[in-house]
Design a protein around this ligand. Structure first.
Ligand SMILES: Nc1nc2c(c(=O)[nH]1)N[C@H]1C(S)=C(S)[C@@H](COP(=O)(O)OP(=O)(O)OC[C@H]3O[C@@H](n4cnc5c(=O)[nH]c(N)nc54)[C@H](O)[C@@H]3O)O[C@H]1N2
Ligand SMILES: Nc1nc2c(c(=O)[nH]1)N[C@H]1C(S)=C(S)[C@@H](COP(=O)(O)OP(=O)(O)OC[C@H]3O[C@@H](n4cnc5c(=O)[nH]c(N)nc54)[C@H](O)[C@@H]3O)O[C@H]1N2
Ligand code: SF4
Ligand SMILES: [Mo]
Length: 735
């Protein structure tokens, strides 16, 4: 390791940009970052980082990043004071709720919320105060099916089984591309090396994906699957595994095996093979290999979640892990025991267990989950008049115009709101519709602890990093913004009270670090486990700047099951009932897919991060990434060649993008990344606008959902593709 130059300070942190929790080593000289590297002493990430880590510097220094509250006026955006901004925001939200009822104000929480312990710990109070049924988040364009399956089967939405990657002998991965995403609901820094290690141990990695992804590229086997048909594949696999179920130690506390057996009976590999495109022999062989592996794990992520049968997929994946004896066993799918425990900790610090369909959305009757409605309903709740119509919106760390289905419609809806406030560091496609933008400081100006991702990691670890820089004099942290809004609304509603003031002052003094400390001390490695002096708290973490390793995941069932009866429910009623919908969607005598029909899927690139990191120049170098991948035979049939501009049309919209011809995607499937589409007026993202691309979510459909839980069904949107008039007429070679 090179010795830093004199005057240089070295800081150790966790990168907060994706779920991998890589340790970074940041050198600072004279207040400026001079280098960002992997922290080789981090016991979990062992020095690994990806190209996005260096963006921590660019984000911190980005001149487009807002540094004070902004107010939209007839003549443009004007800076205003925090006091005035918070008063106005709280005042308008309160007024709308007072006049039109609680549900007139909606909230939307985006992905970075989960990477920010201050936000995570302070959001619940604001939501409890607003108490609107119109509460939305990125959950319903992402992992809602996982949470629903965990809630129904294990009693807690956050009791999510995690692949025990470092000890497994067989990884069957569906709809996940961890080599690009760095792993999701499977925090595993340096996932490439960890997958290689499975192979070195003599194990196998099998990838099921409509695209031969980067992960498929290093796997032992890749199977193409038609988008949206994974539930059939999984049922067929289950059908085979049920010939010799091995529940072993799970048997005494597992219910519903017979019910599952009845349901799976009809789903033979032959039945699945037509619609999925996976040969029946392959399904049988994989079932055999999986059953015979010393320990194996089936894992499905975004591709199996954001589809019409997403909840069935996540349920079936859990069932497969149970009946093969792989749940809660080394090398299988295991549960974490994080230091800040949202599942088994004290109630005041716990995440909600969940809750399903206790109410429904006003317009389309979509079900609630854990207090939230599916975000695909947000636009219609704003646009449809009547009692309970949404008139005000708070967005927090989200860009739903680019990240939720039918973004164009949502954009139209945002323009109709009486009031909108966004807590966000950027003036982007969503926040430009706000009346007020309240920007937090950069991530390097706050402490960091991964409350969420330690709970989803393949190993129990804990790590805290203090702020690297002091926030500027006029800065206000996310948690503080949330708290100030909450307090102001409370005071407007009920007047000042001694109790309210004391609570406000106490929380302000504690801050997120104070709550974190209490949560750690109350947690499984805290006071109870190790006593006052040795118990893990914030001070112990401060003394361990590279993080603390708490060991591999441990079997913990039935004790950790969170339902009253402490049982695994293999056949929860809502999921069992939904199987009829699967049967109806794929009748046995179904006609083969129509010639010329193309199904659109998404993709992620290592250098992107959803919609919000396209303003980092370094990450945008090289060939444009927002291209439509298309199989050579489909391209030929449509008269399209590499680089042609194609017009892609779906039920809801149309975009124009360059074609990239590749047999990486299966025939009949086209792929476009999400998070692009920055060429909209009024945004302040100078670099992103030069690499604007088109938004995938101008094509995805707010009416295509997983009908059971309302999660967006992004996978397999039917589209038409034609040569754009701009490209037509030019010979392919020179187009
Ligand atoms: N078609 C299609 N659509 C998808 C997906 C897909 O695979 N296909 N993926 C979906 C998934 S998995 C997700 S999670 C969603 C993400 O959806 P969103 O969360 O709505 O979108 P992001 O692009 O992550 O936007 C994050 C926003 O947070 C802001 N931000 C960044 N850091 C902070 C911070 O510290 N504090 C605050 N207050 N704001 C911050 C950024 O400026 C940006 O505006 O997109 C979904 N959309
Ligand atoms: N570089 C980068 N990293 C990220 C993000 C990012 O935007 N960029 N986003 C972060 C977020 S918010 C999340 S949630 C995670 C997501 O992490 P992953 O789930 O690993 O994300 P993807 O790379 O989108 O992988 C989804 C895969 O599903 C495939 N797929 C699409 N439809 C289907 C289908 O019907 N069936 C099957 N079997 N496969 C299908 C796609 O081809 C794709 O390869 O990544 C996180 N990490
Ligand atoms: S993999 Fe994720 S956590 Fe690691 S450096 Fe890259 S963005 Fe950061
Ligand atoms: Mo996500």
């Amino acid at each position: 390791m090179a010795t830093p130059a004199p005057g240089t300070q070295t800081h150790f942190r966790t990168c907060n940009l994706c779920e991998a929790m890589c340790g970074v080593r940041i050198e600072v000289a004279e207040g400026r970052i001079t280098s960002i590297r992997g922290d080789e002493q981090d016991p979990f990430s062992r020095g690994h980082i990806c190209p996005k880590a260096v963006a921590l510097k660019d984000l911190h220094e980005d001149p487009d990043r807002l540094r004070q509250p902004m107010r939209r006026t007839a003549s443009g955006w004007e800076p205003i004071s925090w006091e005035a901004a918070l008063d106005e925001a709280a005042g308008r939200l309160h007024e709308l709720q007072h006049t039109h009822g609680r549900d007139a104000v909606a909230t939307y929480l985006g992905n970075p919320t989960v990477h920010n312990h201050g936000a995570l710990l302070f959001i619940p109070q604001l939501l409890r105060t607003l108490r609107t049924r119109n509460s939305y988040s990125a959950t319903s364009v992402d992992q809602l099916p996982h949470l629903l399956a965990s809630y129904l089967m294990f009693g807690h939405q956050l009791l999510v089984p995690i692949p025990d990657l470092d000890r497994t002998g067989y990884l069957l991965a569906l709809g996940a591309n961890p080599l690009a995403s760095n792993g999701s609901m499977m925090t595993a820094p340096d996932v490439r090396e960890r997958l290689r290690a499975i192979q070195k141990r003599g194990g196998r990695v099998v990838v099921v994906d409509p695209r031969r992804t980067e992960t498929a590229g290093i796997a032992d086997e890749h199977l193409f699957i038609r988008p949206g048909t994974d539930a059939l594949f999984l049922f067929a696999l289950l059908h085979e595994l049920l010939e010799r179920p091995r529940l072993e130690r799970l048997a005494p506390f597992t219910e519903g095996l017979e019910r599952v057996r009845e349901l799976a009976r009809a789903f033979t590999p032959e039945r699945a093979s037509g619609p999925t495109g996976v040969p029946a022999e392959s399904i049988r062989r994989i079932a055999r290999e999986f059953a015979e592996a010393p320990a194996g794990v089936c894992y499905g992520r975004v591709g199996t979640s954001t589809q019409a049968f997403g909840a069935l997929c996540q349920w079936l994946i859990n069932v497969i892990n149970v009946v093969s004896g792989n749940l809660d066993r080394e090398g299988g799918a295991m549960f974490t025991l994080p230091a800040f425990d949202l599942v088994g900790g004290p109630r005041a610090l716990s995440g909600s267990r969940g809750g399903f369909a206790r109410w429904r959305s006003r317009v389309r009757q979509l079900p609630e989950f854990a207090g939230e409605l599916p975000v695909a309903a947000l636009a219609e709740e704003i646009l449809t008049e009547g009692a309970g119509q949404v008139r005000g919106l708070l967005t927090f760390a989200g860009n739903p115009v680019l990240s939720t289905p039918n973004g164009k419609q949502l954009e139209r809806a945002l323009g109709k709101l009486d009031f909108m406030v966004s807590v966000d560091p950027y003036l982007n496609e969503t926040t430009r519709h706000a009346h007020l933008i309240l920007p937090p400081p950069s991530p390097l100006e706050r402490g960091h602890y991964d409350v969420a991702f330690h709970a989803l990691a393949i190993r129990n670890t804990a790590k805290y990093a203090p702020a690297l820089f002091e926030p500027g004099p006029g800065a206000m942290h996310d948690w503080r913004i949330l708290m100030e809004l909450q307090h102001r609304v409370e005071v407007l509603r009920h007047g000042r009270s001694v109790r309210g003031t004391l609570k406000y002052e106490a929380l302000k003094r504690m801050g997120p670090e104070g709550i974190l400390d209490v949560g750690l001390r109350a947690g499984p490695y805290g006071l109870r486990a190790r006593g006052l002096r040795k118990g893990l708290g914030l001070s112990a973490l401060r003394r361990a700047p590279h993080g603390v390793d708490l060991g591999p995941l441990q079997p913990c069932l039935p004790g950790r099951l969170a339902n009253k009866e402490r049982r695994i429910h293999l056949a929860p009623e809502p999921l069992v009932e939904d199987v009829a919908r699967l049967r109806a969607a794929f009748p046995e005598d179904a006609a083969p897919p129509a010639e010329g029909e193309l199904l659109l899927i998404g993709r992620r690139h290592l250098r992107d991060n959803n919609s919000w990191m396209h303003n980092v120049p370094m990450l945008m170098k090289g060939k444009p990434r927002c291209t439509l991948m298309m199989h050579p035979e489909d391209a030929r049939a449509l008269g399209l060649a590499e680089g042609d501009e194609a017009v892609v049309t779906s039920r809801v919209g149309e975009v124009s993008v360059p074609v990239s011809v590749t047999d990486e995607v299966m025939r009949g499937v086209v792929s476009l990344p999400h998070g692009y589409g920055h060429r909209r007026g009024g945004v302040r993202l100078s670099v992103a606008q030069e690499h604007a691309g088109a938004s995938l979510n101008d094509l995805t459909d707010d009416q295509r959902l997983d009908a059971l839980c309302g999660n967006a069904a992004f996978s397999g949107v039917p589209v038409r593709v034609t040569l754009s008039s701009a490209s037509a007429g030019k010979p392919p070679a020179r187009r």
